[in-house]
Design a protein around this ligand. Structure first.
Ligand code: SF4
Length: 326
């Protein structure tokens, strides 16, 4: 009964204006709201876990969850693409279950293709390349028009990126499935229902999911709770600082975000120095491996980005903030 109360009480659709209001609340109030959602999730399921990558968001989340549920299992998916500093933090954290995906990044890119520009465009490019003849899907992805003659800009590959359909290498959006989703399904089968540190502001897809389910997505095909969904970047930094939470050294090396080291999603939209140029300075061995051994150099050039640096310091690099920004 109590579990159902929590479920009904927190499974609210959220309007756009409500998210805007929540994002402006003081941190203290956000923490209280997030703790309510964490309690509700824990009350409803037999087993819960925290997806922990060693990045700032999941570091703050794990600390918050364990402040009221100290024995909560943390789960780290060792994709082989994590920054060594994040891995170091994971290894020094108690009660972390480490799982490995069935496939490695190299296998995924060889078998399916490279993840480039964005997940959505990689998917559309794959669909067009796999189409036999001028199918409805192919027309939609190339022109934005569906069978009823309705136009949707979001459904097409922007003209700027349509040349990628002819690329001399394979492009695919399956990487996230093999490296991240498939291992988490394993955890789900063990009965763990995850807390995840994703936030609505990170992408349109995450915002839409938040409007539809709120923080606790009980009715999703793969249920998950995102108690920090309405937090800002600054909230995460403030939380880590106020509660003196140990965090990855990566953020003292000028990085604002972590994520997969060799991913090319979002790369064309990044300022210089981009993640690969920065990696050459901070993680030269990893850089050499991905550029030379995994063949990322030509792919990065093909999408119009830089992977090398000609000067020891790049314009812009000196502007990077070392240590967590205030
Ligand atoms: S974020 Fe990029 S590199 Fe990481 S799993 Fe997804 S597609 Fe692969």
């Amino acid at each position: 009964m109590l579990a159902n109360y929590f479920r009904d009480h927190t499974m609210n659709k959220v309007e756009q204006w409500q998210l805007a209001v929540r994002r402006k609340l003081p941190l203290e109030q956000k923490i209280a709201m997030s703790l309510n959602r964490i309690r509700a999730w824990d009350q409803f399921w037999d087993l819960v876990s925290v997806s922990f990558s060693g990045g700032l968001d999941s570091t703050a989340l794990l600390h918050l969850v364990r402040s009221i549920l100290p024995d909560t299992q943390a789960v780290f998916v060792d994709t082989g693409l994590e920054y060594p500093e994040n891995k170091q933090l994971v290894k020094s954290t108690e009660n972390v279950l480490i799982i490995k995906p069935k496939k490695k990044f190299r296998q995924v890119i060889e078998q399916y293709g490279y993840p480039v520009v964005s997940k959505r465009y990689s998917q559309y490019i794959r669909e067009v390349r796999n189409s036999k003849g001028y199918t409805a899907t192919k027309r939609l992805r190339l022109t934005g028009y569906n069978s009823k003659g309705e136009f949707s800009a979001k459904s097409m590959i922007p003209k700027k990126w349509q040349y990628l359909i002819q690329s001399p290498f394979k492009i695919n959006d399956r990487c996230c499935f093999w490296l991240k989703k498939q291992p988490l399904r394993k955890i789900e089968k063990m009965g763990y229902m995850p807390f995840v540190g994703t936030r609505a502001a990170e992408s349109n897809q995450r915002a839409q999911s938040y409007y539809r389910y709120g923080c606790n997505a009980f009715d999703m095909k793969h249920p998950r709770s995102t108690p920090l969904a309405f937090w800002t970047d600054q909230d995460i930094l403030d939380y880590i600082r106020i509660f003196n939470v140990p965090y990855s050294k990566l953020y003292d090396m000028g990085y604002k975000r972590s994520g997969c080291m060799f991913c090319m999603f979002g790369l064309p939209f990044e300022d210089s120095p981009n993640r690969f140029q920065r990696m050459k300075l901070t993680h030269p061995k990893h850089w050499k491996f991905c550029i030379e051994k995994l063949g990322l150099g030509p792919v990065i050039e093909y999408i119009g980005c830089q992977w090398n640096i000609v000067q020891p310091t790049l314009p812009g690099f000196e502007k990077m903030i070392f240590g967590l920004p205030e």
